[in-house]
Each structure stands twice: as structure tokens, then as C-alpha cells.
Ligand binder design. Structure first.
Ligand code: SAH
Length: 286
């Protein structure tokens, strides 16, 4: 049996604090406390002041970057967040440093500001969502990433579904779509973008992206007050959606569409994401 622990991790941007973090841990309480301690306090290379001032060199020094990215994945495996070898492989392949603004600590396990009142999710949340969706990200399948932000998860989805599949990011801030495309072009998913199995579009993600529906996997990277009906409609029978739902208090919901079209919804864990809202509300600070 598993117990869910909630680990708030904060990052300041503008004048607000944004935080999101949650995962599933073994029932051994002392082990869990140790994990909590390790997560927040014992991050050897993350705490290195030189590392924290990591800059453009960090972003483009690929050998160094890849080994540190691998170390980030190994830490998530060590603490039981990543249990899937496929998810470990894709997160090792997509160097996170290519997706965070320069000057950020790319391998730190916390969300980071990306401008426009948005954040890139923490690595453990990316890992959690990839694992929840893994069965629906098989080669040849279709994935929709709503609120694709930096493009990091869209790139991971594209590598998992491969050249015969389709990964579609939808983001309502045009500058973030440009940022995502630049990031993806530097990453291991660049060929998939060039060859047309990976797309990032400007749009209101609450409407989904009907052009390529139905989807085997839908990920929503921002919290919706309630699950948007168009996203349910665009889910394939047998498909799965992972979506944070709520306002101040949010739950990560796992929505499965059964073969008869009915819907099953369960709560995975408590989370904190930025809102899935209108562009205007987001830009004025919600
Ligand atoms: N998953 C991404 C970004 C998470 S932040 C990453 O990790 O990089 C949530 C993103 O959702 C932001 O980029 C925000 O601009 C976007 N967003 C919020 N509401 C939206 C909407 N209605 N349509 C499309 N994107 C939206």
C-alpha cells in the first residue's frame, strides 16, 4: 500500500510564490521523512553555489549537461519517483537544461519561472505524469499536451510515440510557443519536429486541438476549475488524460475513457499548478 505525501517546493517569480509538488512514497514513515529531508536539503550538486549560478555555458555544454541531466534522473529513480525504465530513458534523452531560461538551475527538482506568469513544472511532476501516461504513449499513438509552456513534455511525448505517432502541444502565449520550438530544435526531438510528427500550436488549450483528435494521451499542464468537455470529447476510447483540477486546492486527476465511451476518474495526488485560464487573465496576474 502506498501513502501520498505532499511536498511543497516554492519558487518565487514576480511577487508571488508558485509551488507544485507531489508524489507517491512507500509507507515506511522514517524512510519518507528521510526522502523529504533529502529532497529539500540534501542535493549535493544542486547546492553547489557555482552550479546555482549556472548560465549559458551550462545550457550549451552538452557533455556536462547530459551527465548532470542523467544524475537528475538517477536521483528521481533513487527516491522512487521514477520506476519506469522507459520514462527514465526519455528523461535522460531530453536534456532539461535546453528548456529552462538561462540562469536557472535546470536540474533542480522544483518548478521555475518561464515568464508570462507561467512555470516549467518540477522534474518529479514531469516524471509522474509521464509514468501515468506511459501505456498511452506507445509508438504510433497520439498525444496532446495542453499548456505546453517550454515544450519539455511535448518533446518527451514525441520521443515516446515516435515518428509514426503524433505529439501536439497547445499553448496560448505565442512567445512561449516560439520559445518551445527553439528549445525543441536544440533537443533530441528536433528531427520529429522537422519531420512533422511533433507540433506546437498557439491556441486556447481548453478547446483541445480537434484537428488530430482523438488522442490516446492528454496531459494538461495547468489547473482547470473543472475538466473541459472538449478534452473529454477528444480522448480516444481506451485513452487517458492527466489533469490538475481545482483552484486554491488542486488534485491531479486521472481520467480514463472506457471502451464504451464512459469515463472513470480517480485522484492521484494533491498538486499546485498555475491556472488553466484565458490569456488575458494570465497576463494580468490572474
Ligand atoms: N507543462 C509546461 C508548462 C506548465 S505551466 C512545462 O512544464 O513547461 C502551464 C502552461 O499553461 C503555461 O505555459 C500557460 O501559459 C499555459 N496555459 C494556461 N492556460 C492556458 C490555456 N487556456 N490554453 C493554453 N495554454 C494555457
Amino acid at each position: 500500500m502506498n501513502v501520498r505525501y505532499y511536498f511543497p517546493v516554492s519558487v518565487a517569480y514576480d511577487s508571488r510564490a508558485c509551488y507544485e509538488a507531489a508524489t507517491t512514497k512507500p509507507t515506511n514513515h522514517s524512510l519518507s521523512l528521510t526522502l523529504l529531508h533529502h529532497r529539500s536539503l540534501s542535493l549535493p550538486f544542486f547546492q553547489n553555489p557555482n552550479f546555482l549560478t549556472g548560465n549559458t555555458m551550462q545550457r550549451f555544454c552538452s557533455v556536462n549537461g547530459i551527465s548532470k541531466n542523467r544524475a537528475m534522473v538517477e536521483r528521481l529513480q533513487h527516491f522512487g519517483v521514477i520506476t519506469s525504465s522507459k520514462v527514465a530513458e526519455v528523461m535522460e534523452t531530453v536534456d532539461r537544461a535546453l528548456f529552462v531560461p538561462s540562469g536557472s538551475a535546470p536540474y533542480d527538482d522544483s518548478p521555475m519561472a518561464i515568464g508570462y506568469n507561467a512555470t516549467i513544472s518540477a522534474p518529479h511532476m514531469h516524471a509522474t505524469c509521464l509514468q501515468l501516461l506511459e501505456e498511452n504513449l506507445q509508438p504510433g499513438m497520439r498525444a496532446l499536451d495542453v499548456g505546453s509552456g517550454t515544450g519539455y513534455l511535448t518533446a518527451c511525448f514525441a520521443l515516446m510515440v515516435g515518428p509514426r505517432g503524433r505529439a501536439v502541444g497547445v499553448e496560448h502565449i505565442p512567445e512561449l510557443v516560439s520559445f518551445a520550438i527553439e528549445n525543441i530544435q536544440k533537443s533530441a526531438a528536433a528531427t520529429l519536429l522537422k519531420d512533422g510528427s511533433l507540433f506546437v500550436h498557439v491556441g486556447d488549450g481548453r478547446e483541445g486541438w480537434p484537428e488530430f483528435a482523438p488522442y490516446d494521451a492528454i496531459h494538461v499542464g495547468a489547473a482547470a476549475p473543472e475538466i473541459p468537455q472538449p478534452l473529454i470529447d477528444q480522448l480516444k476510447p481506451g485513452g487517458r488524460m492527466v489533469i490538475p483540477v481545482g483552484n486554491m486546492f488542486q488534485d491531479l486527476k486521472v481520467v480514463d475513457k472506457n471502451s464504451d465511451g464512459s469515463i472513470s476518474i480517480r485522484t492521484e495526488t494533491s498538486v499546485r499548478y498555475v491556472p488553466l485560464t484565458s490569456r488575458e487573465a494570465q497576463l494580468r496576474g490572474y
